[in-house]
Ligand binder design. Structure first.
Ligand code: MRU
Length: 353
C-alpha cells in the first residue's frame, strides 16, 4: 500500500484502476488531507472497506469488484477451477467487511458471474478486469442519469438538506443524492445545500461539506441536532439522501439518523427524496432480514482522537437505520422516479430495465 499526497484542489476521483493497481482516496484523512492510496492485494481492499477508507454503497460495490480484479492478478491458478476457488475465497473476505449496503454483494456477484462464464485462466483474468472497469464507468453514467431525473423535482432557489455523504466520494464520481444536487445546479437553478454533520464519524462535515465546497456549491453545515430547528424555521425546502439498501416495499436503509430526518420532514410537510441506483435495491429481503452493521463504540466515545466520554461506558452504535415508505416522497433512480405505492412503482422500474 503506497500513499501519495496531493493538493486539496485536484479533481476528486474516488476510485481508479491504474496500471493493474487500485487507487482510492483515503476518506479517513479528509478534509485535512487529500491522500490517494494504492492497493495491490485484495486483503488490503477488504481492510480499506472495513475501516471506511472507502465507504458509501456504490463505492464499496465497485471497490469490491476491483478487489476481485486484484485477486485474479494475485492468483497462481493454472485452471479455471483453481481460479474460481481463489476468487471465492477473496469474495468471502471482501463480502464480510460490511453487511448492510447491498451494492457490495451486487458488485462481487457480477464479477463471479464473469469468472464462471469464462473459458480459460488468461481470458477470465482479462474479462474480470474489463468488467470491473466497466462497472466503474457505468457508475458515473448511472449517477448522471439519476441526477437528471432528480433535478426535475427541485426548483430555482430551493434549499436542499442532505444527510451523510451520498456524493462523488460515496461513488466512483458525481454521486447519488449529491449527483441530483449537481444536476439541479447544472440545469441553471440556483440552489443551496444544508449538510448535517452526521455523527459519529462525520461523513457530512468531513466529506459532504468538503466536496460541495470543493465544487463551489453553496453549503451550510449543521449539527445533527439542528435538523428540527432548520425545518421548523422554514429553512429547508426539500431533502435528498442516498441509500445503502432499498427493499421492494420501499423501505430504505441508510446512514443512522436518516429515519429521524424523514420523521421531522413529515411533521413539517417537507418532501423527502431518496436517490439510489437499481444496484442498491434488494428485491428479495424483508425488513427483518437486513443486518444493521454495529460499529465500534470508540466512534461514539470520541471525536477523531479526542475522547468525549468516560472510560468503560456502554455504547450502542448502529451504522444504519430504516426509513419506512410512508415517509418517502419519491425514490430517484437512473430509470426514473418511483412514487408511492412503491411495490408497484419499483416493480415497474425493474421491468423497464
Ligand atoms: O457508513 P457509510 O459512510 O458507508 O454510509 C454511507 C451512507 O449511508 C450513504 O448515505 C449511502 O451509502 C449512499 S451513498 C451514495
Amino acid at each position: 500500500m503506497v500513499e501519495e499526497k496531493t493538493s486539496l484542489h485536484s479533481s476528486l476521483k474516488t476510485i481508479e484502476w491504474k496500471n493493474n493497481k487500485l487507487v482510492m482516496i483515503d476518506q479517513t484523512k479528509l478534509p485535512n488531507e487529500l491522500v490517494f492510496v494504492e492497493f495491490t492485494d485484495y486483503n488490503q481492499v477488504a481492510n480499506a472497506i472495513r475501516n471506511l477508507v472507502v465507504r458509501g454503497a456504490p463505492a464499496i460495490g465497485v471497490s469490491g469488484a476491483f478487489g476481485l480484479a486484484l485477486a485474479v492478478l494475485q492468483s497462481k491458478a493454472t485452471t479455471q477451477e483453481e481460479l474460481i476457488q481463489d476468487l471465492e475465497k477473496a469474495k468471502k473476505i471482501l463480502f464480510e467487511t460490511r453487511p448492510t449496503a447491498v451494492n457490495l454483494k451486487w458488485g462481487l456477484e457480477k464479477i463471479m458471474k464473469v469468472a464462471k462464464e469464462g473459458n480459460d485462466v488468461i481470458q477470465i483474468k482479462e474479462s474480470i478486469i474489463h468488467a470491473a472497469k466497466k462497472m466503474a464507468e457505468d457508475d458515473v453514467q448511472i449517477n448522471m442519469a439519476m441526477g437528471k431525473n432528480g433535478s426535475e423535482l427541485f426548483n430555482d432557489n430551493d434549499t436542499i438538506l442532505t444527510h451523510c455523504n451520498a456524493g462523488a466520494l460515496a461513488t466512483v464520481a458525481y454521486g447519488t443524492a449529491l449527483g441530483v444536487v449537481r444536476a439541479t445546479k447544472d440545469s441553471g437553478k440556483n440552489i443551496k445545500v444544508i449538510a448535517t454533520e452526521t455523527r459519529p464519524v462525520q461523513q457530512g462535515s468531513r466529506l459532504t461539506a468538503f466536496e460541495l465546497k470543493h465544487d463551489g456549491i453553496d453549503v451550510s453545515l449543521i449539527p445533527d441536532t439542528a435538523v428540527g430547528y432548520t425545518m421548523a424555521k422554514g429553512l429547508v425546502d426539500k431533502i435528498v439522501v442516498g441509500a445503502d439498501r432499498i427493499l421492494k416495499t420501499g423501505h430504505v436503509f441508510n446512514k443512522i439518523g436518516t429515519y429521524q430526518v424523514a420523521l421531522i420532514a413529515k411533521q413539517h410537510n417537507i418532501p423527502f427524496y431518496v436517490a439510489a441506483p437499481l444496484s442498491t435495491f434488494d428485491m428479495e429481503s424483508n425488513p427483518e432480514d437486513v443486518v444493521i452493521e454495529q460499529r465500534n463504540g470508540s466512534e461514539v466515545t470520541g471525536i477523531g482522537d479526542k475522547k468525549t466520554a468516560p472510560d468503560g461506558i456502554n455504547v450502542i452504535n448502529p451504522a444504519f437505520d430504516m426509513t419506512t415508505p410512508e415517509l418517502i416522497s419519491g425514490i430517484i433512480t437512473e430509470k426514473g422516479v418511483a412514487k408511492p405505492p412503491y411495490e408497484e412503482s419499483i416493480k415497474k422500474l425493474f421491468e423497464a430495465n
